[in-house]
Design a protein around this ligand. Structure first.
Ligand code: AMP
Ligand code: MG
Length: 420
């Protein structure tokens, strides 16, 4: 068998190579409804304070603290959203609800639990109802002063922050309906192989269904990219080249799957060598050894091209390790790598003698591990063949196993990359 001329690059070096070439892209405004998961491109400053008025924290009575406990006439009511058209004078109280503006004159709130309304023994209709205050409060008690939550001029969101529900709420709180964010990178996805047929079509003899394209479109969305479907290209240089140029004209990243291993029909590397710079053509890893990465310049813009292996597991594992961080970096994320935990395999794990291996596992917290102090238990997904996509079903982690000749005992500590 002909051997590839490309050296086996360790995965950490491959990741560094990819990230050094993945630029941050353009910015665009998005409405708050479309902001989830995007990355802010500019600081957001509060133009006004929150609350904009001294607000009650409790349902109760607005009082003058110095009046102290006693029976007082109830001179009015202020509910949230209303402004009092009266003042609280010494010797009187006003009913107030949570979030309502403190009426002029009052300097504290007594919560309703510390009061009682008194039966009105006077039948005259113009007599005010009376309230008994049981407790002494300090000035400012149960009041949020102006700007307590957000000060005027405060930076509430910083450029580079990823927008989740709380960040979107903060933007609304300071009055914004749109936010400047980094554009999601466009990721064109191509399947290659004469054997492939679209799911839904009848399956002729000798053919298999294309699982990689729907999988990688979903993976792209998960990674924060915007997928563009290039369909299936046969194992034919002209077809592949046409599909590549279509993708590269529109996308920031192009992912192909298949056609990168060593063999007669493995055409992707040749195409990339012809038109771009191939930065690596093999990885020291299992599964996913033939993964290839190249860049091309089109009108002065650098495009990234990942030639992922055809086996579905190899394609998805290399996507998580390399394409996902690149996509995140181009989408403006600061921390682009998958989080790691230390996990303990639930069964013995035999290492690969030649290459570090990324085994798929379902990880969960087990409070009985380590004499009751707890730990992450990694349960294997079974047969780890790179063609067997069922080995990634329900997997939430990739165990980063070193190469070696031994078998790790059950309970050994291994590093695990979280993929969900
Ligand atoms: P290749 O890298 O083209 O040699 O493909 C390696 C293996 O992956 C072969 O068994 C292919 O049939 C399979 N394969 C390639 N592309 C796909 C795909 N899109 N969906 C499912 N299997 C694929
Ligand atoms: Mg193929």
């Amino acid at each position: 068998m002909m051997d590839s001329t490309y050296p086996l690059l360790p995965v950490p070096n491959a990741l560094a190579t990819v990230l050094a070439l993945a630029d941050r892209r353009t910015t665009r405004p998005v409405t708050l409804d479309n902001a989830l998961g995007t990355v802010l491109a500019a600081d957001v400053v509060a133009m006004d304070p929150l609350p904009p008025f001294p607000a009650s924290i409790k349902d109760g009575y607005a009082v003058i603290a110095a009046d102290g406990p006693g029976d007082y006439p109830l001179i009015g009511r202020i509910t949230a959203g209303l402004l009092a058209d009266f003042s609280v004078r010494p010797g009187s109280v006003a009913y107030i609800t949570t979030g309502a503006p403190l009426p002029p004159g009052a300097d504290a709130v007594v919560m309703v639990e510390e009061t009682e309304t008194l039966a009105n023994d006077d039948s005259a209709s113009d007599t005010l109802p009376r309230v008994r205050i049981h407790t002494q409060v300090k000035p400012g008690q149960d009041i949020r002063p102006v700007g307590y939550d957000i000060a005027q001029g405060e930076i509430v969101l910083r450029a580079g922050e990823r927008l989740g529900p709380a960040e979107i709420g903060l933007a609304a709180a300071v009055g914004l309906t749109t936010l400047p964010v980094y554009a999601k990178p466009r990721v064109a996805i191509l399947s290659t192989g004469d054997e492939l047929i679209e799911a839904g079509a009848p399956l002729p003899p000798g053919r298999i269904r294309d699982s990689n394209r729907p999988m990688l479109r979903a993976a792209t969305t998960f990674a924060g990219g915007d997928p563009l479907d290039l369909g299936i290209a046969g194992d034919d240089p002209a077809q592949l080249e046409a599909a590549f140029w279509t993708g590269l004209a529109q996308a920031d990243i192009l992912i192909s799957s298949g056609g990168v291993s060593v063999g007669e029909l493995d055409l992707i590397k040749r195409l990339l060598e012809q038109y771009g710079v191939v930065h690596f053509g093999r990885l020291r890893m299992k599964p996913g050894k033939p993964c290839t990465f190249a860049t091309v310049e089109i009108d002065g813009v650098r495009k990234l091209i990942f030639g992922l292996p055809g086996n579905p597991v190899s394609g998805l594992v290399t996507f998580y390790l390399l394409v996902l961080p690149a996509t995140r970096q181009m989408a403006g994320w600061r921390a682009v790598e998958l989080p790691r935990v230390q996990a303990q395999p639930a069964q013995p794990v035999t290492l690969d003698p030649a290459r570090p291996e990324y085994q798929r596992a379902a990880i969960r917290w087990d409070h009985t591990l380590n004499h009751g102090s707890g730990g992450w238990l990694a349960i294997s997904t079974g047969n780890q063949a790179s063609s067997r996509l069922l080995s990634m079903r329900s997997a939430n982690a990739l165990l980063e196993l070193p190469s070696g000749n031994q078998t790790l005992e059950q309970g050994a500590i291994v590093s695990a990359l979280m993929i969900e």
